[in-house]
Every structure is written in C-alpha cells, then in structure tokens.
Design a protein around this ligand. Structure first.
Ligand SMILES: [Zn+2]
Length: 194
C-alpha cells in the first residue's frame, strides 16, 4: 500500500534506460542470455555482460536503488533452487553507510523471499576498499580482507552472490573464507560479468 503510494507520487525510472514505470524495465535485462564463466575454483553465472543498459542498472544499484535490487533478485531467483544457501559479498561499512544499504545483501534477501533458499549475510569486509583491491600493490595484501562471523557452515553448500565479477579475485577470496568455515563452495552468481 505504502509502496503503491510512493510509486504514484514518484514513478520509478528504469535504472538502465531511464524510462518511467519500473525499477528496471524488461528491455534492460537480457532475456535468457546468461553468461557462464569459470574462475580458479568456482563456476560463475551472470545475467549478462557489464555494458550498456545493464551496466547503468548496476551503477543505479550501487547508488542506492532498492527497486533495481528487487528487479535483479527476481531475475537471479531463476538460478537458485530450494535449499540453497546464498552468501552475498559484502561492501565496505563506509559505503553501506553512504548508500543506506548493501546492494548484494538486499538482493540475497529478496531472492530468499522469492525462493526456498536461505540468505546468510555473515561475511564482513575487514579493511580497505573493494575496488582498491584491483591494483597491483593492494592485491598483494588483499588476502584476509574478508572474515566470516556467521554460523558454522560445516556440511553446507554455499552459493556466492556479487554484483559484478571482473577478475574473480574477490569471489575467490570469499570462497576461501567460507571453505575455512566449513562450507562447500562451487558456484557464484552475479548480475554482470565484466
Ligand atoms: Zn530500461
């Protein structure tokens, strides 16, 4: 009810193309054309390539658009089955504060609402900034960026969730931490593949 009122007063604009009507219009989400990719120890699936409208939509998510997160969740739900345990890659506390929410965490929780999967948001980023992990110097100190503070994961099969996969280094870092907590981690799902 409240949401309907807000939509009426402030009609949502598509995070991709800017058309009025929805958080993310059908035209801006690639239909069925998913991208599979292989990382060192993970099989990844992306909704599409990090370019054009999908890239703009991801940037809208990063700027704090909850409706875009919900639209991504709806599409990513098709990659998840009942009983899956989803763990989102966390953003830094500073960014979370700036935007008011963590985009990947919100996507994971929305997917859990739509499926019989569980979202467990127990990864924390201990220091530094995710994007800075891309340069040569900080990549050397990138290990140990993430920590698990959630429940023990022994015997659990976990799927990692992130917005954009570039080199896959962040996903691999997170997978290592989750394995340390006892989980089996073989898959990652992301919105876009750069
Ligand atoms: Zn659009």
């Amino acid at each position: 009810m409240l949401r309907e009122l807000i939509d009426w007063v402030f009609p949502p604009e598509c995070g991709g193309c800017g058309n009025t009507g929805t958080g993310l219009c059908e035209g801006c989400l690639p239909r069925g054309a998913r991208i599979g990719f292989r990382l060192a120890s993970l099989d990844g699936t992306a909704l599409g390539a990090y370019e054009g409208d999908l890239r703009r939509a991801v940037l809208a998510l990063k700027s704090g658009r909850r409706d875009v997160a919900e639209a991504f969740a709806q599409r990513l739900s098709q990659l998840v089955t009942a009983g899956d345990v989803l763990v989102p890659v966390p953003t830094t506390a500073a960014r979370r504060c700036e935007r008011g929410f963590d985009g990947c965490e919100l996507i994971a929780r929305e997917i859990a609402k739509r499926t019989q999967a569980t979202a467990v948001c127990g990864l924390i980023q201990t220091a530094g900034d995710r994007q800075r992990g891309r340069n040569r110097v900080s990549r050397l100190s990138a290990k140990g960026r993430f920590r698990w503070r959630g429940e023990p994961l022994a015997g659990k099969r976990v799927i990692l969730l992130d917005d954009v996969a570039t080199t896959g280094a962040t996903l691999e870092d997170c997978a290592r931490v989750l394995r340390g907590a006892g989980a089996t981690v073989e898959r990652a799902i992301v919105v876009a593949r750069a």
